[in-house]
Write a new protein. Structure first.
Length: 183
């Protein structure tokens, strides 16, 4: 091999070795950070536990260690179920978040429509129509309503025939004749 080719190979190996050393240094830093974090979390957990014990003692709360152990075991045993529960809660939350603007807009639209109906007098009309229903209910029996239901088609056919232009003209002529007789 010539000297130039050898030098290129040595340079390439040096670059690769530098990369390996950089990676080792990065791993060393990560390991140190994890170790520091573990120590910090241990200290925080220890302090939190001590504070919780003090607070519970001050509040006069006694904890049954066996009951806590059983609870922790149940939680661990049911982690899958708890995860499913949280997934369902997240889905429900997302659904409510997605549907809330729609329901809000529907509510606003409903209020707008009700306001328009009230402005046009529909609300007052319906209130007064209640009197019509009250009069029908107080003046007719259930049997009368059944008889009406049995004959409603015939009644509507009669009304339909009466509203034809030639029938209305004949009725009007009859009313005019009747009025002239009454005088």
């Amino acid at each position: 091999m010539n000297e130039k080719n050898m030098q290129e190979q040595i340079d390439a190996m040096n670059r690769k070795l530098d990369l390996v050393l950089e990676e080792l240094q990065a791993q060393r830093e990560v390991r140190k950070n994890v170790s520091d974090l573990s120590a910090d979390l241990y200290n925080v957990g220890k302090d939190m536990f001590a504070a919780a014990v003090t607070e519970l003692d001050n509040a006069g709360v006694e904890i049954d260690g066996e009951a806590v152990k059983v609870l922790v075991l149940k939680i661990i045993r049911n982690i899958g179920t708890l995860n499913e529960l949280f997934d369902m809660l997240e889905s429900a939350y997302d659904f409510v978040k997605d549907v809330s603007p729609i329901l809000h807009q529907a509510g606003l639209d409903g209020i707008k429509i009700m306001n328009e109906l009230e402005q046009k007098g529909y609300v007052d009309f319906v209130k007064e129509s209640k009197k019509i229903i009250d009069n029908v209910v107080t003046h007719f029996s259930v049997e009368d309503v059944r008889a009406l239901a049995d004959n409603v088609v015939t009644i509507l056919e009669t009304v339909k025939n009466l509203t034809q232009p030639e029938m209305l003209g004949a009725i009007n002529n009859g009313v005019v004749v009747y009025k002239s007789l009454d005088r």
